[in-house]
Design a protein. Structure first.
Length: 687
């Protein structure tokens, strides 16, 4: 890796060459500094900065963030770039993200290739731009537009950047365009640190602060970024840069930044996981989805959106008609939200077909069932599929809980059978649990990981157990919450505490959203009378009072005409009855106590999942909880959160709970062993 310097007709060309992403590490920063000094010393009349390959600079090397800052610092390098006595041009040949865009902002002129993406995604990693991004960007495009880019972290396309004034030109060959740029035009460009302060925009600042409160609660970097951008209207640039740098260094060392870096690297590792398995000889081009309800239609839509021709199977003409309507709605929603053009929507629609029965199914590379959670129903589906599909077709179940190995017993070639557990809605949720049956072949797993990559999903490999990784922990989560109800808490108190912790929704508002009938069916399947942690509340709400959640206007909460949740006197009464029947003495719980008991129960279940080999690595559990269940990303997922509490401290807390409630709590053996050897849960990721 290097920064290459070339002189061409008086122009100095600095090419950042650190494939594949041209990340900025200490060596590259030093190369930029030396290149600038050499260019000036050799009498260059202009300096052009570009990237090797198809990337300008995709940002800083995040691995450095866990270390002490290494000189030269990017902010100092860019101060030098901005103060050069010769004109400077950024020839943006591809993605310019984070420090890459900050390099471009420190240049006098910017030319981008049409397909370039530019952005400042630092907030996603729990930090802020630390080399002038919060200060130079508002001076170029205004406070409102800068806030939108910096706080959301979303990249924008070159065309939009041109219309905003973020880039000055678009060219198929930005380097050639930079070399051909007229001196008079370049001379007219204002130096980056001579631009006037932007106009104050109190309305934009207030709107973004409201957005942060609603959509990014608990995160510390976004409000810091808003404050720094707002101050550009009143502070001299040099003072703003100093404040930015101080805030960047403080945030970089914060627990949130460590947690978000952990998630970043876990996601990257998940994307590479498929390399462990044989690469498929060809991509999946055709698929069958059995069931066109909400989940089946969503899976079919996701597959069709990835270019796969999909046939949706229903039992009767009425079902096929409903499936077609569900599919049309998804396409129309995509067009209405602007995520699809009309042309793209039409192409997806053309790849979707619905049929009645199995008699006339076309050959397919993949068949997924998305039917009711019943062994008999699902086995019958696979028996039908096997009679009409080629023996090489991959057969997959979308079951959320059922034993994949038992389902595989009815398949003639179980090596081609696995679980593909999509999360609802399947075309939006990024998580895909790939369930590895005892007889699933490596070739089948390789095809599943390739499919996940094509769909843009985050794949996590799971072993076979009731609920796999995510729903097994969810079950323990709900059990712990229900025990709190039996001991004195109320649903609204539990929901508020978990939202305060950072969960997207509390357990009871979430269950009202999905439907208590689904939870009831699962409870009946599990024979709850044999489970010591079970609190018989869902059964009463469903069977005695027909309260199914939002869809019936009553569940854990009552719902008024506007759909607002209201505490239910009936539910409170049932909770108190159950407390008496179970012999529990009710007491008040603080929000912290609620959070502790629920998260400790989840951590204990996660440790058991690791012990049993259901999850291969702790980071897999973090990915599942964050991307499938709304666990706060800025806490790094469940296992990273456990490590942040400390293994020794956790063991002590479990010991105290076990002493007080010996039938309900015990020290997880995995944590006991880690504490004895001075290890962390994160240390298991290396294995």
């Amino acid at each position: 890796m290097s920064v290459d310097l070339e002189l061409s007709d008086g122009a100095a060309i600095l090419t950042i060459n650190n494939p594949p992403l041209n990340l900025l590490d200490a060596e590259i920063r030093g190369g930029l500094l030396r290149g600038m000094e050499t260019a000036v010393a050799r009498g260059a009349n202009r300096l052009i900065v570009t990237g090797a390959g198809k990337t300008f600079v995709a940002g800083a090397d995040a691995k450095e963030f866990a270390q002490a800052p290494i000189e030269p610092h990017l902010n100092d390098v860019l101060l030098h770039l901005a103060s050069l006595p010769i004109p400077t041009i950024a020839a943006i040949n591809g993605a310019a993200l984070g420090g890459g865009l900050e390099i471009a902002l420190a240049c006098r002129y910017r030319i981008a290739v049409p397909e370039a993406q530019v952005g400042l995604p630092e907030v996603v990693l729990g930090i802020i731009p630390g080399a002038g991004g919060t200060q130079r960007l508002p001076r170029l495009i205004g406070v409102k537009a800068a806030l939108d880019m910096i706080v959301t972290g979303k990249a924008i396309a070159a065309g939009k950047a041109l219309s905003m004034g973020l880039v000055d030109e678009i060219a198929d060959d930005p380097l050639a365009a930079a070399l051909a740029l007229y001196d008079v035009r370049l001379a007219a460009a204002i130096g980056p640190d001579q631009r006037p302060a932007p106009q104050a925009d109190a309305d934009a600042v207030a709107a973004m602060q409201t957005h942060i409160t609603r959509r990014m609660p608990g995160q510390i970097a976004p409000p810091v970024a808003v404050g720094l951008v707002a101050e550009t209207a009143s502070l001299p640039l040099i003072e703003g840069l100093a404040r930015e740098r101080a805030a960047f260094l403080k945030l970089r060392a914060s627990p949130q930044a460590r947690a978000l870096r952990h998630m970043f690297f876990a996601e990257r590792a998940a994307g590479n996981r498929g390399r462990t398995y044989p690469r498929p000889a060809r991509d999946i081009a055709t698929a069958i989805v059995v069931g066109g309800g909400n989940m089946g239609a969503s899976i079919a839509y996701a597959l069709a959106g990835a270019g796969i021709a999909v046939t949706v199977v229903e039992r009767d003409p009425a079902g096929a008609g409903r499936a077609e309507e569900n599919l049309r709605k998804l396409v129309d929603q995509g067009i209405g939200r602007g995520t699809l053009s009309a042309t793209e929507g039409a192409a997806i629609q053309e790849r979707l077909t619905s049929v009645v029965g199995y008699a006339n199914l076309p050959p397919a590379d993949l068949a997924i069932e998305a039917a009711f959670e019943d062994f008999v129903v699902k086995r019958a589906i696979f028996a039908e599929l096997e009679t009409v599909l080629p023996p090489e077709t991959i057969l997959a179940t979308n079951t959320s809980y059922l034993d994949v190995n038992r389902l595989a017993d009815s398949v003639a070639v179980p090596s081609r059978f696995l679980g593909l557990h999509f999360f609802s809605p399947a075309h939006i949720m990024k998580l895909l649990e790939i369930v590895n049956g005892d007889r699933t072949s490596d070739e089948t797993l390789g095809a599943a990981f390739a499919l996940a990559r094509r769909l843009g999903k985050i794949p996590v490999l799971s072993g076979v157990c009731d609920g796999f990784i995510g729903n097994r922990i969810l079950t323990r989560y709900r059990q712990a919450a229900n025990l709190l109800l039996a001991e004195g808490a109320l649903p609204n108190e539990v929901d508020a505490a978990m939202r305060g912790f950072g969960m997207a929704m509390g357990p009871y508002e979430a269950q009202d959203m999905s439907g208590l009938d689904i939870a009831y069916a699962n409870i009946k399947r599990q024979v709850p009378g044999a489970k010591p942690r079970h609190v018989p509340l869902v059964e009463r709400l469903v069977s005695d009072h027909q309260r199914l959640g939002r869809k019936t206007g009553a569940g854990w909460y009552d719902y008024d005409a506007a759909g607002k949740a209201v505490v239910s006197g009936l539910v409170t009464g049932e909770i108190r009855k159950v407390s008496t029947e179970m012999g529990r003495t009710r007491r008040d719980f603080t929000a912290d106590e609620i959070v502790e008991q629920i998260t400790l129960a989840m951590i204990a279940e996660a440790c058991a999942i690791l012990e049993e080999g259901i999850a291969e690595r702790p980071q897999d559990i973090d990915l599942v909880l964050v991307h499938g269940y709304g666990f706060p990303r800025w806490r790094g997922g469940l296992i990273h959160h456990a490590d942040s509490l400390g293994v020794n401290a956790l063991v002590q807390r479990y010991m105290a709970l076990a002493a007080a409630y010996p039938q309900g709590w015990a020290v997880p053996p995995l944590l006991a062993r880690l504490a004895a050897t001075g290890q962390t849960l994160d240390s298991l990721n290396a294995g």
